[in-house]
Write a protein that binds this ligand. Structure first.
Ligand code: G6P
Ligand code: MN
Length: 442
């Protein structure tokens, strides 16, 4: 089995390779081709992978290339984990929005829109190259904003692209732990868009245990989401929102905390990773990863007074485990249930069939199929349909170069409160991102 990793010079690639090293079963990945537009980042990551593989018998062979077509030819699976504009671009996405007093976040609000505008054209080109060179390959998209990017790629690849995120898995693991249940044996009634979903029920041996958790102040206090949102708000909702909903429910506080911070998350990671890439080694990678995990969502935790992250939450979210589980289920026809980003079909009736949503899926050799789910309550439906409309404007703008569509994308987002601000955001982003300059013309 051959796996191509696009964005192969990325910081999280050793997590994926580590998961592959742990897979000893028949039909496992034996060859990994790393692709990146930056040869020096590829070399840095290859150094770490070589250290990881030392002493592991039959470790997957690693090759690296800056030629996309070469990476794709003959691939059975393609992981797409690129970051268009790099962390410098992420920092600019954050900065421009915060200067306008609105949220600048990697995937949420104005920052996510700017990132989407930059990424959709590149992801669509990749999808076209996959369709031409590896039409039978499965594409697992990690590239953020993951729901939007997966939908853009699905316009070319149909159901051959599946988007993944570690946040629903992390939520499931924390909730199961708080209930004293085995995370592998709970049914998570979770649905929404990527980074915009709600856990409405947790069935353990057929019984919904979420009401018990919501009633237990102490258990809620031990849960990251309990500390972020507060027990009262979780009870009012009757559900546990994805941690990214903190940016919606506590927007002012978060924007204030983020504006006060000395450096944005993107700028912090850019500086931190510059050190690693200058002198790459497995030891330095591990310590940078640990620091990254410990400071995850620090701004939101500061805004809510949530304090430090719990030690048990410091392990990485586990997106590489989701990716491996998905790949195994497809390659070996081993039926499994995973929360994934796929085309809606008829799962959420307020959205059309082609809208990519995040939903529990049954996965086997024929791909990922969303389970039927209960409808979302009105307030959640409102957010989901508003944000999906924004994503569609991003895709239209990316495809047509229309400034009007790009302004609509910013202006219609629930976290941008003025059309004037939307126009200024677009001007700000086109000024700092050369790749967006065309949006100022039409
Ligand atoms: C989680 C999300 C990812 C996101 C990441 C950001 O893992 O699921 O989609 O990219 O957090 O974390 P970072 O350490 O880069 O701020
Ligand atoms: Mn994610």
């Amino acid at each position: 089995m051959r796996l191509a990793i696009l964005g192969g010079g990325g910081f999280r690639v050793p997590l994926v390779y580590g998961a592959l090293l742990g897979d000893r079963d028949e039909g496992r990945v034996t060859r990994v081709t790393l692709h990146d537009v930056d040869g020096s980042r590829l070399r840095a990551v290859a150094t770490v992978l070589a250290e990881q593989a030392a002493g592991v018998p039959d470790a997957p062979v690693v090759e690296a290339t800056t030629d996309l077509d070469e990476a794709l030819r003959g691939a059975d699976f393609v992981f797409s984990a690129i970051r268009v504009g790099g962390l410098e671009g992420r920092a600019a996405d954050e900065r421009v929005a915060l200067a306008e007093g609105v949220l600048g976040q990697e995937t949420v609000g104005a920052g996510g829109i700017a990132y989407g505008l930059r990424t959709v054209p590149v992801a669509t080109d990749i999808a076209r190259r996959v369709a031409a060179l590896a039409p039978d390959a499965w594409v697992i998209n990690f590239t953020n904003p993951a729901g939007l990017v997966t939908e853009a790629m699905s316009r070319v690849l149909g159901d051959r692209v599946v988007g993944i995120c570690d946040s629903p898995v992390g939520l499931g693991r924390r909730v199961a732990r708080a209930l004293g249940a085995d995370p592998a044996r709970v049914w998570m009634d979770y649905v929404g868009l990527n980074h915009l979903g709600w856990l409405r029920g947790v069935r353990v041996r057929g019984r919904d245990e979420l009401p018990r958790l919501l009633a237990d102040r102490e258990a809620l206090g031990s849960l990251e989401e309990g500390r972020l949102f507060g027990a009262d708000w979780l009870r009012s909702l009757g559900a546990i929102p994805n941690e990214y909903l903190h940016y919606y429910y506590f927007n002012r506080e978060t924007v204030r905390a983020y504006r006060r911070a000395e450096r944005t998350r993107g700028a912090f990671l850019r500086d931190q990773q510059a050190g690693f890439y200058a002198e790459p080694s497995l030891r330095r990678w591990r310590s940078a990863l640990a620091e990254r995990e410990a400071t995850y969502m620090a701004g939101s935790r500061e805004a809510s007074g949530a304090g430090e992250r719990a030690g048990t939450d410091l392990e990485s979210g586990g997106y590489e485990k989701v990716a491996l589980a998905l790949m195994r289920a497809v390659a070996r026809d081993e039926r499994t249930t995973l929360i994934l980003n796929v085309r809606n079909g008829t799962a959420l009736s307020v959205l059309d069939a082609d809208a990519v949503i995040e939903v529990p899926c049954l996965v086997d050799a024929s791909g990922a199929h969303p389970y039927a789910v209960d409808p979302l309550p009105g307030h959640a439906t409102g957010l989901v349909t508003a944000v999906k409309a924004v994503e569609r404007e991003v895709m239209t703008a990316a495809e047509s170069g229309s400034r009007a569509a790009a302004v609509r994308a910013f202006a219609l987002h629930p976290l941008v409160d003025s059309v004037t601000v939307a126009r200024r955001l677009l001007d700000g982003y086109t000024a700092v991102h050369p790749g967006l300059a065309h949006l100022n013309r039409k």
